[in-house]
Every structure is written in C-alpha cells, then in structure tokens.
Design a protein around this ligand. Structure first.
Ligand code: MG
Length: 376
C-alpha cells in the first residue's frame, strides 16, 4: 500500500475515471455542462455535485413521507419512496461498478428518478393527471424536471438546482419513453433496469409481510417457485420470516447476477469505443430474455393480487377522492396556497399551481391539510 505522505499521487477526476471506467461509460470530462456555467469544483466531479444537490433538496427529503405502494397506516416495515430510491441507487451502483460505468452519474440519476412523485404513489398521480388532463396532464417523471429546474430554490441567481445536461436528459427520457428509446446512455438504461429489479423484490417482500398474499400463493409464479425451491434445498430449517427474507434477497441477487452476466458478455463482444456507439447499437441493459419473461409473470401477479388487493383499493379510492377535492378547493380558493407560491401561481395559473402544490406534499401533510380545509 502506498504510504500517505509526499509520495502520494492524487488523481484528478478525469485521471481516476480514465483508470476505472470502460470506453462506453460516460466520462465527466465529456459532460455538456450546465445551463448556468459554473467553475469546476476542486474535488467533486459534476455528477457528484448533482447527486449532492438532489440529496440536499427539499423534494428528496419529502420522499420519506411518501408511500411507495403501501401507506403509513399499514405499518412501519414496508418501503417508502425514499427507501425504494436508496435500494435502486445501491443496486444500480453495484451493477454499474461491475460494468465499469460511471457510478457518480448513476447515483445522481437514481436519487432523482422518483423525486417528482406526488402523495399516494401512482394512485395520487392518476388522480392529479385526471384533474389537469385537458392542459397537459400530470406525470411524476415530468414533475421531477419541474422541481429541479424551477421549484427548488437553493442558489442565488437562478431557480432550480442547475443540474448537468446529462442528468436532466436522462430524466427527460423517463418522462417520454416512446420517443427517447434510442438515445439513452447506458447509465440511464441501468437506473431503469435497477428500478424494476428493486420493486419486483421489495413489493414481494412487503406484500408477504403485510399478509396480502402468502408465500404458497406466490408460488403460482414460476420465478418465485424456483427461488423458494432453491432456498429450501440449501437451508433446511428456516423460520417463515427468514425464509421470506432469504427468498427476497435471492430475488435481488438473481436479477443482478443475470443482468450482469448477460451485459458483460454482450459488452465484451460488442467492443464499443464510446457512449455514442453503445447508444446507437441494439444493446440494452437488462436481464436475459428468460428472466425478463419471468419478471413479467411476477409483475402480472403483483398487479392483480397485490396492487389491486381490496385493502389497497380502499386506501387508494379514499386518497384519490381527497386529492380531487383538494384540487377543486385550491382552484376555487387559491389564497389557501402559501404566499411564497404567489409568483408561481401567476406564472402557471391556478389549476397547474394547485396540482404542483398538492404533488409536493407528503402523505401525512396531505391528510392534515385536507382535514384542516376541505373535510367539511
Ligand atoms: Mg422507482
């Protein structure tokens, strides 16, 4: 080991990346920079700075109070939007490091990917979308861009976080998946793939823990059946809790290992010399065809038996009703929206403002606000 002292060689960001990243990875020296130019930071690269800006944003912190699939009243065990995000970032970084992609860019993209979620998950998003469907609708992926470009106020001289163009473009492809499929950096593709691996595993875990389904019922799904059989043959005396947990981390491990093996094989064979070559090719980051099919079966089961479970449908219906009434209430009485949003209200109008204000709320704040102003 090199002793710390005068002989120590400090590496610049570019030197470090040149040593550890593949030619098809995005190197920070090739970044297209920011809308408002900023001097380089002495020891953090551009995507480390983006990651930190997202991490310190108000919208990111509020993810701890936003549901992923299951609401707060159902217990404290299951994932919130924040812990989901951290799991996505971790899984994406694990794969990214093994594929020699840019982990800083991956982490920034992952921490940002769900920052635009409204309260009550997709149910909340659907309700808000209906409210403004005739003026462009509402999408959490697009709202993430609005947050980081317009709503977060942290710096003098400009609104938003002034993130790099790569992070903004990566999020933009999430907002517009049909048109953007051909132009996505491998780092962007990876975060999407990790998102799916993460929720397939943790929604299985949470659904079992909340007893919405049993492990026996879930073995209808061939992937779960195979994993349970493998875990049981390896460990003979697992308690039900340990069995569940082992099955879930095996589900993560299987998806990560399969994706890695397939991608390493194909990346080696394709010999891309730049991110542009990788983007232009047919190669896409994700699991092999067999596992992709098995994941679709698992997702179908989760959709039908978990996401549409009567306990969740009841919570969701009540939440959507609250959001609609709040939207109507804020449209007819915009003075209820805090004074520091007045300028924004003039810019975007009362309907968009109502949706943006509601979308920023945590589940709990939304319930309190509803009770205070609109419950009568
Ligand atoms: Mg997600």
């Amino acid at each position: 080991m090199t002793p710390i002292g005068s002989e120590m060689q400090w590496l610049s960001q570019a030197e470090r990346e040149a040593r550890i990243l593949a030619p098809y990875a995005m190197h920070s020296c090739d970044s297209s920079g920011r809308k408002h130019p900023e001097a380089e930071h002495p020891y953090r690269g551009p995507w480390q700075r983006d990651r930190d800006r997202i991490l310190h944003s108000s919208a990111y912190r509020r993810l701890s109070g936003k549901m992923q699939v299951f609401t707060g009243e159902m217990g404290d065990y299951h994932r919130t939007r924040l812990t989901h995000t951290q799991e996505v970032a971790t899984i994406a970084r694990t794969i990214g490091r093994a594929l020699m992609l840019n982990e800083d860019l991956i982490e920034a993209l992952a921490l940002m990917h769900d920052i635009g979620h409204p309260p009550y998950g997709h149910a909340g998003e659907d309700a808000l979308h209906e409210c403004v469907a005739d003026i462009g609708g509402f999408s959490h992926n697009r709202f993430a861009l609005t947050i980081v470009e317009e709503l977060e106020l942290r710096y003098n001289g400009f609104t938003g976080l002034n993130l790099t163009r790569e992070v903004l473009a990566g999020q933009a492809t999430r907002a517009d998946k049909q048109n953007a499929g051909l132009h996505r950096l491998l780092e962007v593709q990876l975060v999407d793939a990790a998102d799916s691996m993460t929720y397939d595993a943790h929604d299985t875990d949470d659904a079992l823990k909340l007893r919405l389904v049993t492990l026996d019922e879930m073995q209808e799904v061939p992937l779960v059946r195979a994993v349970v059989a493998e875990v049981r043959s390896r460990y003979h005396q697992l308690t039900p809790q340990l069995l569940r947990k082992t099955v879930v981390h095996r589900l993560i491990d299987l998806q990560v290992s399969d994706t890695l093996a397939r991608c390493q094989r194909e990346l080696q064979a394709s010999d891309f010399n730049s991110p542009a070559e990788a983007i232009a090719s047919d190669f896409r980051i994700g699991p092999g065809a067999e596992l992709a099919g098995q994941k679709r079966e698992l997702e179908r089961f989760l959709y039908e038996r978990v996401y549409r479970h009567p306990r969740l449908v009841a919570v969701r219906t009540a939440a959507q009703d609250r959001l609609r009434r709040m939207y109507e209430g804020y449209c007819s009485r915009p003075e209820l929206i805090p004074a520091h949003y007045q300028e924004r209200l003039h810019q975007v109008g009362p309907r968009r403002m109502a949706v943006e204000y509601i979308a920023g709320m945590t589940d709990r704040f939304c319930e309190e606000t509803f009770a205070a102003h609109f419950a009568g």
